[in-house]
Design a binder for this molecule. Structure first.
Ligand code: SF4
Length: 182
């Protein structure tokens, strides 16, 4: 099993991206705001957390309000991978492949305890589950919970936007409750 992990990591290690050819700071700043406000998540659910991810995109939580409404069925048209569920060893190489097929720049949210650390499926001598998405692909934001609620996924989206642009764009929940504006 350790050898299998090594193989996946070695495979992944070849997927670095180059710096942009033209790197003008002001242009990059504008591009980053555009990227942050138009994230396209990949339609990719692995287990029960995916139900919460679906809810995140539907009317009540409506991720479209924050620019992330266009769930794409192809990694080639996505820039946000939400690892929503348990990563079985059988699925691990496919997750790596999807990550590689997603064009850079790209971001990853590990949603739920399974994607963070294997969750309730971790016990002595278990051999079926990868104990964390970050063992096989880079992860930008970790969302704990079993499952995290859709509001938590919205917060994860805000954290990705903050990571891309360097600032938080939406009020903290307690600020929003106090203000008429929100
Ligand atoms: S974290 Fe809990 S809800 Fe999410 S996939 Fe694992 S077992 Fe299911």
């Amino acid at each position: 099993m350790a050898q299998e992990n090594q193989d996946i990591k070695r495979y992944f290690a070849d997927t670095t991206t180059d710096d942009p050819i033209v790197n003008h700071p002001q242009v990059q700043k504008i591009l980053n705001v555009c990227r942050a406000m138009s994230l396209w998540p990949m339609t990719f659910g692995l287990a029960c957390c995916a139900i919460e991810m679906m809810s995140f995109g539907m009317a009540r939580f409506d991720s479209a309000r924050y620019g992330a409404e266009v769930f794409r069925p192809s990694p080639r048209q996505s820039d946000l991978i939400i690892v929503a569920g348990t990563i079985n060893r059988k699925m691990a190489p496919l997750l790596v492949r999807l990550y590689e097929q997603t064009p850079a720049p790209k971001w990853v949210i590990a949603m739920g305890n399974c994607a963070i650390s294997g969750g309730p499926f971790v016990y002595k001598n278990q051999y079926g589950v990868v104990e964390g998405a970050d063992q096989i692909i880079p992860v930008d934001v970790y969302l704990p919970g079993c499952p995290p609620r859709p509001e938590a996924l919205l917060e994860g989206l805000f954290q990705i936007q903050k990571k891309i642009t360097g600032r938080r764009w939406w009020p903290q929940p307690e600020e929003a409750q106090k203000s008429d504006k929100w």
